[in-house]
Design a protein around this ligand. Structure first.
Ligand SMILES: [Fe+2]
Length: 360
Protein backbone atom coordinates (compact mmCIF):
# COMPACT_ATOMS: atom_id res chain seq x y z
CA UNK A 1 0.00 0.00 0.00
CA UNK A 2 1.33 3.43 -0.95
CA UNK A 3 2.16 5.69 1.99
CA UNK A 4 2.33 9.46 2.35
CA UNK A 5 5.45 11.06 0.93
CA UNK A 6 6.82 13.55 3.47
CA UNK A 7 9.46 16.24 2.85
CA UNK A 8 10.46 18.77 5.55
CA UNK A 9 7.41 17.85 7.66
CA UNK A 10 5.09 18.46 4.72
CA UNK A 11 2.98 15.80 3.07
CA UNK A 12 3.63 16.17 -0.66
CA UNK A 13 1.94 13.07 -2.01
CA UNK A 14 -1.06 11.15 -0.71
CA UNK A 15 -1.28 7.65 0.65
CA UNK A 16 -4.28 5.55 -0.31
CA UNK A 17 -5.99 6.52 2.92
CA UNK A 18 -5.53 10.23 2.15
CA UNK A 19 -6.57 9.97 -1.48
CA UNK A 20 -10.08 11.24 -0.79
CA UNK A 21 -9.31 14.01 1.74
CA UNK A 22 -10.24 16.85 -0.63
CA UNK A 23 -13.53 15.17 -1.52
CA UNK A 24 -14.79 16.46 1.85
CA UNK A 25 -14.78 20.06 0.56
CA UNK A 26 -18.12 21.80 0.96
CA UNK A 27 -19.81 25.12 0.22
CA UNK A 28 -20.05 27.91 2.79
CA UNK A 29 -23.48 27.99 4.38
CA UNK A 30 -23.39 31.68 5.28
CA UNK A 31 -21.74 34.82 3.89
CA UNK A 32 -19.13 36.02 6.39
CA UNK A 33 -19.08 39.80 6.65
CA UNK A 34 -22.50 40.36 5.10
CA UNK A 35 -24.52 42.75 7.22
CA UNK A 36 -21.52 43.95 9.26
CA UNK A 37 -21.46 47.56 10.47
CA UNK A 38 -20.52 49.60 7.35
CA UNK A 39 -18.30 51.84 9.52
CA UNK A 40 -16.67 48.83 11.20
CA UNK A 41 -16.46 50.68 14.48
CA UNK A 42 -15.56 47.62 16.59
CA UNK A 43 -12.65 46.72 14.31
CA UNK A 44 -11.31 50.26 13.94
CA UNK A 45 -11.49 50.80 17.72
CA UNK A 46 -8.44 48.48 17.87
CA UNK A 47 -6.65 49.84 14.78
CA UNK A 48 -3.73 52.14 15.58
CA UNK A 49 -2.82 52.93 11.98
CA UNK A 50 -4.50 52.40 8.62
CA UNK A 51 -2.54 52.57 5.38
CA UNK A 52 -4.57 52.46 2.17
CA UNK A 53 -2.30 51.28 -0.65
CA UNK A 54 -4.48 53.02 -3.26
CA UNK A 55 -7.79 54.86 -2.75
CA UNK A 56 -9.85 51.79 -3.71
CA UNK A 57 -7.67 48.74 -3.19
CA UNK A 58 -5.47 47.16 -0.50
CA UNK A 59 -5.18 48.27 3.13
CA UNK A 60 -2.60 47.61 5.84
CA UNK A 61 -3.86 47.63 9.42
CA UNK A 62 -1.70 48.08 12.51
CA UNK A 63 -2.77 47.39 16.09
CA UNK A 64 -4.70 44.19 15.31
CA UNK A 65 -3.74 40.80 16.73
CA UNK A 66 -5.55 38.31 14.51
CA UNK A 67 -5.80 35.80 17.37
CA UNK A 68 -7.70 38.27 19.57
CA UNK A 69 -10.58 39.38 17.35
CA UNK A 70 -14.06 39.43 18.82
CA UNK A 71 -16.87 37.90 16.77
CA UNK A 72 -18.02 41.36 15.72
CA UNK A 73 -14.51 42.42 14.73
CA UNK A 74 -14.00 39.28 12.66
CA UNK A 75 -17.26 39.93 10.76
CA UNK A 76 -16.25 43.55 10.15
CA UNK A 77 -12.82 42.41 8.99
CA UNK A 78 -14.43 39.99 6.51
CA UNK A 79 -16.48 42.90 5.15
CA UNK A 80 -13.41 45.15 4.94
CA UNK A 81 -11.48 42.47 3.00
CA UNK A 82 -14.39 42.12 0.57
CA UNK A 83 -14.43 45.90 0.04
CA UNK A 84 -10.68 46.53 -0.11
CA UNK A 85 -9.80 43.26 -1.89
CA UNK A 86 -6.80 42.52 0.29
CA UNK A 87 -5.84 43.50 3.84
CA UNK A 88 -2.30 43.24 5.26
CA UNK A 89 -1.01 42.78 8.80
CA UNK A 90 2.51 42.80 10.25
CA UNK A 91 4.04 40.91 13.18
CA UNK A 92 1.36 38.27 13.61
CA UNK A 93 3.72 36.09 15.66
CA UNK A 94 0.80 34.65 17.69
CA UNK A 95 -0.93 33.26 14.63
CA UNK A 96 0.34 29.68 14.96
CA UNK A 97 -1.20 26.84 12.96
CA UNK A 98 -4.08 26.28 15.38
CA UNK A 99 -4.94 29.99 15.51
CA UNK A 100 -4.62 30.23 11.73
CA UNK A 101 -7.20 27.45 11.32
CA UNK A 102 -9.43 29.01 13.98
CA UNK A 103 -9.40 32.36 12.15
CA UNK A 104 -10.33 30.74 8.84
CA UNK A 105 -13.15 28.69 10.39
CA UNK A 106 -14.83 31.90 11.62
CA UNK A 107 -15.62 32.64 7.96
CA UNK A 108 -16.50 29.25 6.52
CA UNK A 109 -15.44 25.65 5.92
CA UNK A 110 -11.73 25.28 5.19
CA UNK A 111 -10.63 24.02 1.82
CA UNK A 112 -8.46 20.93 1.51
CA UNK A 113 -6.25 21.32 -1.53
CA UNK A 114 -6.20 18.32 -3.85
CA UNK A 115 -2.51 18.69 -4.65
CA UNK A 116 -0.55 21.43 -2.86
CA UNK A 117 1.51 19.92 0.01
CA UNK A 118 0.02 20.26 3.47
CA UNK A 119 1.00 20.21 7.09
CA UNK A 120 1.46 16.72 8.54
CA UNK A 121 -1.07 17.27 11.30
CA UNK A 122 -3.69 19.23 9.43
CA UNK A 123 -4.65 18.88 5.74
CA UNK A 124 -6.37 22.29 5.87
CA UNK A 125 -2.99 24.01 6.24
CA UNK A 126 -1.10 24.16 2.98
CA UNK A 127 2.59 24.91 2.96
CA UNK A 128 4.20 26.97 0.22
CA UNK A 129 7.83 25.99 0.64
CA UNK A 130 10.18 26.96 -2.17
CA UNK A 131 12.43 24.00 -1.33
CA UNK A 132 9.63 21.53 -1.80
CA UNK A 133 7.79 23.14 -4.68
CA UNK A 134 8.11 21.56 -8.10
CA UNK A 135 9.81 23.39 -10.99
CA UNK A 136 8.72 27.01 -11.40
CA UNK A 137 6.88 26.51 -14.68
CA UNK A 138 4.23 24.51 -12.82
CA UNK A 139 3.73 26.94 -9.97
CA UNK A 140 0.45 28.80 -9.79
CA UNK A 141 2.01 31.29 -7.42
CA UNK A 142 3.87 33.09 -10.18
CA UNK A 143 0.97 33.53 -12.57
CA UNK A 144 -2.18 35.58 -12.09
CA UNK A 145 -5.01 33.57 -10.59
CA UNK A 146 -7.75 33.40 -8.03
CA UNK A 147 -7.27 30.56 -5.55
CA UNK A 148 -8.79 27.19 -6.49
CA UNK A 149 -11.28 28.67 -8.96
CA UNK A 150 -11.55 25.17 -10.51
CA UNK A 151 -13.53 23.99 -7.46
CA UNK A 152 -17.35 23.95 -7.34
CA UNK A 153 -16.98 25.98 -4.10
CA UNK A 154 -13.92 28.13 -4.84
CA UNK A 155 -12.16 30.18 -2.19
CA UNK A 156 -13.81 33.16 -0.58
CA UNK A 157 -10.86 34.21 1.57
CA UNK A 158 -7.23 33.08 1.66
CA UNK A 159 -5.13 33.76 4.75
CA UNK A 160 -1.41 33.62 4.01
CA UNK A 161 1.42 34.06 6.47
CA UNK A 162 5.14 33.89 5.67
CA UNK A 163 7.36 32.48 8.38
CA UNK A 164 10.55 32.34 6.34
CA UNK A 165 11.18 35.12 3.90
CA UNK A 166 13.95 35.58 1.36
CA UNK A 167 16.61 38.24 1.97
CA UNK A 168 15.26 40.01 -1.09
CA UNK A 169 12.49 39.48 -3.62
CA UNK A 170 9.38 37.35 -3.20
CA UNK A 171 6.69 40.04 -3.15
CA UNK A 172 3.08 39.27 -4.04
CA UNK A 173 0.91 41.46 -6.28
CA UNK A 174 -2.90 41.67 -6.25
CA UNK A 175 -5.16 43.13 -8.94
CA UNK A 176 -8.68 44.50 -8.45
CA UNK A 177 -11.37 42.55 -10.34
CA UNK A 178 -14.08 45.09 -9.48
CA UNK A 179 -12.22 47.86 -11.24
CA UNK A 180 -11.39 45.68 -14.23
CA UNK A 181 -15.14 45.11 -14.65
CA UNK A 182 -16.04 48.76 -13.99
CA UNK A 183 -13.70 50.11 -16.68
CA UNK A 184 -15.06 47.92 -19.50
CA UNK A 185 -17.45 49.51 -21.99
CA UNK A 186 -21.18 49.06 -21.30
CA UNK A 187 -21.56 46.91 -24.44
CA UNK A 188 -18.70 44.58 -23.47
CA UNK A 189 -19.99 44.33 -19.88
CA UNK A 190 -23.41 43.26 -21.17
CA UNK A 191 -21.82 40.68 -23.46
CA UNK A 192 -19.66 39.18 -20.67
CA UNK A 193 -22.51 39.14 -18.16
CA UNK A 194 -24.30 36.48 -20.17
CA UNK A 195 -21.32 34.11 -20.23
CA UNK A 196 -19.93 31.28 -18.16
CA UNK A 197 -16.47 29.72 -18.33
CA UNK A 198 -14.89 26.37 -17.49
CA UNK A 199 -12.26 26.59 -14.77
CA UNK A 200 -10.06 23.52 -14.82
CA UNK A 201 -7.36 21.93 -12.70
CA UNK A 202 -5.43 21.00 -15.87
CA UNK A 203 -2.24 22.57 -14.49
CA UNK A 204 -2.35 20.15 -11.55
CA UNK A 205 -3.11 17.19 -13.83
CA UNK A 206 0.06 18.06 -15.75
CA UNK A 207 1.94 18.33 -12.49
CA UNK A 208 0.84 14.91 -11.23
CA UNK A 209 1.84 13.38 -14.57
CA UNK A 210 5.24 15.09 -14.34
CA UNK A 211 6.05 14.34 -10.69
CA UNK A 212 4.12 11.12 -10.10
CA UNK A 213 2.54 12.69 -7.03
CA UNK A 214 -0.73 11.22 -5.79
CA UNK A 215 -3.55 13.71 -5.21
CA UNK A 216 -5.51 14.18 -1.98
CA UNK A 217 -8.80 14.08 -3.85
CA UNK A 218 -10.46 14.66 -7.17
CA UNK A 219 -9.01 17.34 -9.48
CA UNK A 220 -12.21 19.19 -10.34
CA UNK A 221 -13.35 21.30 -13.27
CA UNK A 222 -16.23 23.74 -12.72
CA UNK A 223 -18.36 26.16 -14.73
CA UNK A 224 -18.61 29.66 -13.26
CA UNK A 225 -20.01 33.02 -14.44
CA UNK A 226 -17.48 35.31 -16.15
CA UNK A 227 -18.91 38.26 -14.21
CA UNK A 228 -19.38 37.34 -10.57
CA UNK A 229 -21.29 39.14 -7.84
CA UNK A 230 -19.45 39.43 -4.54
CA UNK A 231 -22.05 38.38 -1.96
CA UNK A 232 -20.65 40.69 0.74
CA UNK A 233 -20.36 43.96 -1.18
CA UNK A 234 -22.92 43.17 -3.88
CA UNK A 235 -20.43 44.45 -6.49
CA UNK A 236 -19.66 42.86 -9.86
CA UNK A 237 -16.19 41.60 -10.71
CA UNK A 238 -14.52 39.77 -13.56
CA UNK A 239 -13.99 36.17 -12.52
CA UNK A 240 -11.67 34.54 -15.07
CA UNK A 241 -7.95 33.98 -14.68
CA UNK A 242 -5.14 32.71 -16.89
CA UNK A 243 -4.10 29.78 -14.67
CA UNK A 244 -7.42 27.98 -14.24
CA UNK A 245 -9.94 29.35 -16.77
CA UNK A 246 -9.77 27.00 -19.75
CA UNK A 247 -12.54 28.29 -22.01
CA UNK A 248 -15.65 30.42 -22.26
CA UNK A 249 -18.80 28.44 -22.98
CA UNK A 250 -20.96 29.15 -26.04
CA UNK A 251 -18.37 30.95 -28.18
CA UNK A 252 -15.82 29.53 -30.61
CA UNK A 253 -12.43 28.40 -29.26
CA UNK A 254 -10.68 31.33 -30.96
CA UNK A 255 -13.23 33.83 -29.57
CA UNK A 256 -12.82 32.29 -26.12
CA UNK A 257 -9.03 32.58 -26.33
CA UNK A 258 -9.20 36.19 -27.53
CA UNK A 259 -11.54 37.22 -24.69
CA UNK A 260 -9.64 35.38 -21.96
CA UNK A 261 -6.30 36.71 -23.23
CA UNK A 262 -7.70 40.25 -23.32
CA UNK A 263 -8.94 40.06 -19.73
CA UNK A 264 -5.72 38.41 -18.53
CA UNK A 265 -3.71 41.09 -20.29
CA UNK A 266 -5.54 43.84 -18.41
CA UNK A 267 -5.03 42.05 -15.07
CA UNK A 268 -1.30 41.82 -15.68
CA UNK A 269 -0.71 45.23 -17.27
CA UNK A 270 -3.02 47.79 -15.66
CA UNK A 271 -0.84 49.07 -12.85
CA UNK A 272 -3.65 51.25 -11.49
CA UNK A 273 -5.58 48.11 -10.47
CA UNK A 274 -2.64 46.62 -8.59
CA UNK A 275 -1.00 46.71 -5.18
CA UNK A 276 2.30 45.06 -4.30
CA UNK A 277 3.14 43.73 -0.86
CA UNK A 278 6.66 43.14 0.51
CA UNK A 279 6.54 40.38 3.09
CA UNK A 280 8.35 40.49 6.39
CA UNK A 281 8.62 37.57 8.79
CA UNK A 282 5.11 36.91 10.23
CA UNK A 283 3.34 39.28 7.85
CA UNK A 284 -0.17 38.12 6.95
CA UNK A 285 -2.27 38.93 3.90
CA UNK A 286 -5.96 38.08 3.69
CA UNK A 287 -7.73 38.54 0.38
CA UNK A 288 -11.09 37.98 -1.26
CA UNK A 289 -10.63 35.61 -4.20
CA UNK A 290 -14.08 36.38 -5.58
CA UNK A 291 -13.05 39.84 -6.73
CA UNK A 292 -9.24 39.88 -6.95
CA UNK A 293 -6.37 38.19 -8.76
CA UNK A 294 -2.88 37.66 -7.40
CA UNK A 295 0.53 36.43 -8.40
CA UNK A 296 3.76 35.74 -6.60
CA UNK A 297 6.89 37.27 -8.09
CA UNK A 298 9.41 34.47 -8.72
CA UNK A 299 12.52 36.61 -8.24
CA UNK A 300 13.84 35.41 -4.87
CA UNK A 301 15.85 32.25 -5.62
CA UNK A 302 18.28 31.05 -4.36
CA UNK A 303 16.77 32.34 -1.11
CA UNK A 304 14.25 30.19 0.71
CA UNK A 305 10.62 31.14 1.28
CA UNK A 306 8.07 29.30 3.37
CA UNK A 307 4.45 30.35 3.76
CA UNK A 308 1.42 28.85 5.46
CA UNK A 309 -2.02 29.26 3.91
CA UNK A 310 -5.51 28.51 5.08
CA UNK A 311 -8.19 28.81 2.40
CA UNK A 312 -11.87 29.36 3.16
CA UNK A 313 -14.41 27.78 0.81
CA UNK A 314 -17.09 30.17 -0.40
CA UNK A 315 -20.51 29.93 -1.95
CA UNK A 316 -21.32 28.66 -5.44
CA UNK A 317 -20.28 31.59 -7.67
CA UNK A 318 -23.25 33.47 -9.07
CA UNK A 319 -24.08 36.52 -11.15
CA UNK A 320 -26.95 38.78 -10.11
CA UNK A 321 -27.86 41.22 -12.88
CA UNK A 322 -29.18 43.67 -10.29
CA UNK A 323 -25.97 43.85 -8.30
CA UNK A 324 -24.07 47.10 -7.93
CA UNK A 325 -20.49 48.01 -8.63
CA UNK A 326 -17.50 49.37 -6.79
CA UNK A 327 -17.51 52.36 -9.15
CA UNK A 328 -21.05 53.29 -8.10
CA UNK A 329 -20.34 52.76 -4.40
CA UNK A 330 -17.14 54.75 -4.78
CA UNK A 331 -18.93 57.91 -5.97
CA UNK A 332 -20.07 58.87 -2.45
CA UNK A 333 -16.63 58.20 -0.94
CA UNK A 334 -14.95 60.11 -3.72
CA UNK A 335 -17.29 63.10 -3.27
CA UNK A 336 -16.62 63.10 0.48
CA UNK A 337 -12.85 63.16 -0.16
CA UNK A 338 -13.24 66.06 -2.61
CA UNK A 339 -15.45 67.99 -0.15
CA UNK A 340 -12.90 67.46 2.64
CA UNK A 341 -10.04 68.67 0.43
CA UNK A 342 -12.03 71.73 -0.65
CA UNK A 343 -12.92 72.57 2.95
CA UNK A 344 -9.23 72.34 3.90
CA UNK A 345 -8.29 74.62 0.98
CA UNK A 346 -10.93 77.17 2.06
CA UNK A 347 -9.63 77.17 5.65
CA UNK A 348 -6.08 77.63 4.38
CA UNK A 349 -7.14 80.54 2.13
CA UNK A 350 -9.09 82.17 4.98
CA UNK A 351 -6.10 81.85 7.32
CA UNK A 352 -3.83 83.45 4.68
CA UNK A 353 -6.34 86.26 4.13
CA UNK A 354 -6.50 86.92 7.90
CA UNK A 355 -2.71 87.00 8.13
CA UNK A 356 -2.47 89.42 5.16
CA UNK A 357 -5.16 91.70 6.70
CA UNK A 358 -3.25 91.86 9.98
CA UNK A 359 0.07 92.68 8.33
CA UNK A 360 -1.44 95.21 5.87
FE1 LIG B 1 -2.71 31.78 -4.93
Amino acid sequence: MASNVVENGIIVSASEQDATLADRNTFATRVAGKGADPEKKALFASVTKRIDYTPKFGTELHGINLTKLTEQQSEELAALIAERGVVFFRDQDDLNNDEHVKLGRRWGPLHIHPLVPHNQNNPEIIVLDSRVSPPTRFNTNDSWHSDVSFEPAPASFSILKFEDIPESGGDTIWSNGYELYDDLSPAFKTFLEGLTAIHSSDIFKTLTAFTGRKTFGKLNDSEHPVVRTNPVTGWKSIYSNPVFTREIVGVTPSESKAILDYLADIVAKKLQYQVRFSWQKNSVAIWDNRSTFHTGVPDFRPYHRRGIRVTVSGEKPYFDANSGSQAKAWEATSNAIIAKQEAAERLKAEAQANTSAKTA
